[in-house]
Structure formats: C-alpha cells, structure tokens
Design a protein around this ligand. Structure first.
Ligand code: 6PG
Length: 477
C-alpha cells in the first residue's frame, strides 16, 4: 500500500480529520461502513489531496503502507470494539490502530492490552476542537506505547493546532489509557468552565440587569484580558445572536435543559474513585442534571425566595468588574481540581504524565484553549512537582487580589437567590484548603461514637477509640 494513514468512520469528525491529513500532504486511505459516504468525501473534497477510497476492510488495509496506521473514528463504545474485531485479524505486528473517539480510558486500557498480545499498537487518542478543530488543527492527546508515538508523532504534529509560539498541540501523554484519561479530564474542565461562565452570565442578567447583547459586549471585553479564551469568545457570539423567527435573543428561545454525552460524568465518577475533590466539575455535571429535571422544576417554581435586587447603571458596571474577578478566581480553582485529577490518575496508573505539557498542548485547538494555560505551563515548568496550582505563587497572588470581589459576588448571589453552584463550590474548596482546622475532627468523633471507627490524635501517634457507651475513657486500638 501507499497510504501513510487510513481513516475508517467518515462521519463529520472522521471526514474532517481525513481531509486535514490530506491537506498536509499525506496520502489517506478512506473506509466507511456505508460506501456512499466514502464516495461523497472524494467527490466533494478529492481535490484537497491524495485520497484512496476503499470499499472493503481488506482493500482498506491493503492500501496502507507498513507499519499500517489506521485511525478509527466511530462512536465510542461497542462500535469501537466491532471495528477492532473487524480489522485486527487483517493486521500484522507493528501496525498501529488509533482510536480518536471519546472512549472511556478503562476501555482503552483493555483494548491496548488485548491488541498488544497480537503485537498491534493501540493508541487511544483524545482529540479536541470539534468539527472545525478536526479540519483546521485539533489539540491531540495520544496514549499508547512510546514506539507507536515514534511512527505517529510527526504526522500528528503536522495536523495539530499550533500554539501562539508555534508549538504543535500534541504530545505523547503516556502509556495505554493516559490519552483518553487526559481528554476525559479536559472535558470535565470544559464542563466546569462552561458552568462558571453560565453563572457569570446569570448574575449579569439578574443582578446587574444587563441584556444578552450587553452581556455579549462585556464578555468581548473580558476576552481581551486574562480571561481570553475560546469559550468566552463563543459565549459572546451565542449571546449576541438573535433568533430569526421571533426576533428574541437566541438564548431566550432555547430550552434551558443542558444535555451531556458522558465525559464530564466520567470525570466525576473517576475522581470519586481516586478520592480527588473535583467539586467544580461535579457541580457543573449536577447543574446540567438539575436543568434537565423539568417535572421537578415545574413542581418547585412556587417555592419562595428572594428576587435579586436590580442595580443602577454605575453599580451594575462595578458589579460586572467584580464578576470578572470571581470568574477568574473560580476558574483557577476549577483547573486546579482538574489537574489534581490528572496527577492522581497518572500516579495510580503509572503514566508519568507531564502536567505542564498537558497545559501546553491545550493552548491551541481544543475547546478550553485559553491564554491562561500558558500560565499553568509556566507554573509547572518552574516547579514540576507543584502539589497544586494554588501552590503556585503567582496564582495565589491573583486569587488574593480577586478574593474580596469573589466573595462579594457569591454573597450577592446567595442573598439574591441566584443559583451559583460552581462559583460557591470553588470558593468553599479554597476556604477548606486554607482552613486551620476543619470539622472533619468532629466527623471522626461522630464515626467513633456510633461505629467505633477510631480516630487519630493531633498530639500522639496511634489509633484511638473512646468508650462512648461506658465511662468514656480512651483506649489505644
Ligand atoms: C472537544 C469536545 C467534544 C464534545 C464535547 C461535548 O473537546 O472537542 O469536548 O469532545 O463535543 O465533549 O460534550 P457533551 O455533549 O458531554 O457536552
């Protein structure tokens, strides 16, 4: 075969990825279950580069140069296993299967293990950036063996997004499921980021009294500063969009029930397993869940509570500045939590993930791309073993500067009855970490009281239990 790469699964992501490879000078073999899709791609975009359209698994595999590199772009789950079952028997030692879907990293670990026994490299790869990213340059998070990255890395570097300094937004994340784990956490952070932006919007609307168009302008201004990011940019676009059929702001005619495909939920499930407090991500997932409970919400609309006090024009402008501070502080905490999860996953699965590199390849192409990620990279470069982003001096200083406004904004939300679960969760996390003492000591006492679960003391080594039902002497256990 002569194709350097093959793509099977030509729905929009697969199609755009195939075109991206071709536009970068690679010969791309194409395969799709429904042959019409393959033909369509060649008819529409055949002049963008060299494509080899194939109509069977055998022809597809035969079209690839060795070691073969096949990108699988099908719906995560059973479809992926079906495609692997179809192709693996046709492959040879050293060939590489790349799964570019949003697979669960545990599935990726299993598939990698099974294929390794056959001498086939399985590269679970996170790809972020949506349809446009796939075509113009996504952020790419490949896992799998070192060896597979040797043959694949240069091609991925070519088709990936480039950060402002020209660096390709791809790196070998680590073995087996590391790439999909990092992509999962990327999406968890994406959920938190979106929820925080949503809460900022709601406050600007309900407390400051701004219209969606005015809020779009505020977001545009924020986007020129430290909050500069793709999500803020598209938020302004969505908020300024007017619905054609009603003339109303688009955001007012969309049903307010957020959907999800699962990666945010996984991020929280895995965080629970790893014991990592990702409260901002969890609140973001729960906020989508609450929004979707239409019956519950209908049954609850009569519940009493305050109505936010509308501010005058000057006050509103000052409040908007405070919301910017709050959003920034909360964002630092949300990313802190996400990076903690990656560190914990890396530790648990022995992946040896370079957290600074992760931040660095998220600077371009992906949904959470932001100027702010440069700062995270620098923080990890300065201290590779940084225990938490909040331990970084410059982030700590920024939070210190923002925190008066951060607290005011959350207090305003609380007294005004505006739900801000993610804002509140990030501040509670921050205050929990800085607390001299936590009520966890009382929790331990309660556990010991009702279940003799024992506790440790601050002043002596050992495990202790108090005879609560008896004379309350303390025994060492
Ligand atoms: C990306 C996106 C992508 C997907 C979102 C949507 O990085 O390009 O994250 O993977 O569109 O995960 O997820 P939900 O449907 O769960 O919001």
């Amino acid at each position: 075969g002569t194709a350097q790469i093959g793509v099977t699964g030509l729905a929009v992501m697969g199609r755009n990825l195939a075109r991206n490879f071709a536009r970068n000078g690679y010969t791309v073999a194409l395969h799709n279950r429904t042959v019409a899709r393959t033909r369509e791609l060649v008819e529409e975009f055949g002049d963008e580069g060299d494509f080899i359209a194939t109509e069977s698994a055998q022809d597809f595999v035969a079209a690839l140069e060795r070691p073969r590199r096949l990108v699988v772009m099908v719906k995560a789950g059973e479809a992926t296993d079906a495609v692997i079952a179809e192709f693996a028997p046709l492959l040879e030692t050293g060939d590489v299967i790349i799964d570019g879907g949003n697979a669960h990293f545990e599935d990726t670990r299993r598939r990698e293990r099974e294929l390794r026994e056959q001498g086939i490299h399985f590269v679970g790869t996170g790809i972020s950036g949506g349809e446009e990213g796939a075509l113009e340059g996504p952020s790419i998070m490949p896992g799998g063996s070192e060896e597979s990255y040797d043959s694949l890395g240069p091609m991925l570097e070519k088709i990936s997004a480039k950060a402002k300094d020209g660096a390709p937004c791809v790196t070998h994340i680590g073995p087996d499921g590391a790439g999909h784990f990092v992509k999962m956490t990327h999406n968890g952070i994406e959920y938190a980021d979106m929820q925080l932006i949503g809460e900022a919007y709601q406050l600007l609307r309900d407390v400051a009294g701004y219209s969606p168009a005015q809020i779009a302008d505020i977001f545009r201004t924020w986007n020129t500063g430290r909050l500069d990011s793709y999500l803020i940019e598209i938020t302004a676009e969505v908020l300024s969009h007017v619905d054609a059929s009603t003339g109303e702001p688009f955001v007012d005619v969309v049903l307010d029930q957020a959907e999800q495909k699962g990666t945010g939920r996984w991020t929280v499930q895995i965080a629970l397993d790893l014991g990592v407090p990702v409260s901002a991500i969890a609140e973001a997932v729960f906020a989508r869940s609450v929004s979707g409970h239409a019956d519950l919400r209908d049954a609850s609309r009569h519940l009493t509570g305050p109505t936010a006090r509308r501010l005058g024009a000057d006050e509103a402008a000052a409040f908007a500045d405070q919301v910017e501070q709050a959003l920034y502080a909360s964002k630092i905490v949300a990313y802190t939590q996400g990076f903690h999860e990656i560190a914990a996953g890396s530790e648990r699965y022995d992946w040896n993930i370079d957290l600074g590199e992760v931040a660095s390849i998220w600077r371009g192409g992906c949904i959470i791309r932001a100027a702010f990620l440069d700062r995270i990279t620098s923080a990890y470069e300065a201290r590779p073993r940084l225990p938490s982003l909040l331990a970084d001096k410059s982030f700590a200083e920024e939070i210190a500067a923002a925190q008066g406004d951060w607290r005011t904004v959350i207090a305003t939300a609380v007294t005004g009855g505006v739900p801000t679960p993610a804002f509140a969760a990030t501040l509670a996390y921050y205050d929990s970490l800085r607390a001299e003492r936590l009520p966890a000591a009382l929790t331990q006492g309660q556990r010991d009281y009702f279940g003799a679960h024992t506790y440790h003391r601050t002043d002596r080594e050992g495990t202790f239990h108090t005879l609560w039902g008896g004379d309350r002497t303390e025994v060492k256990s």
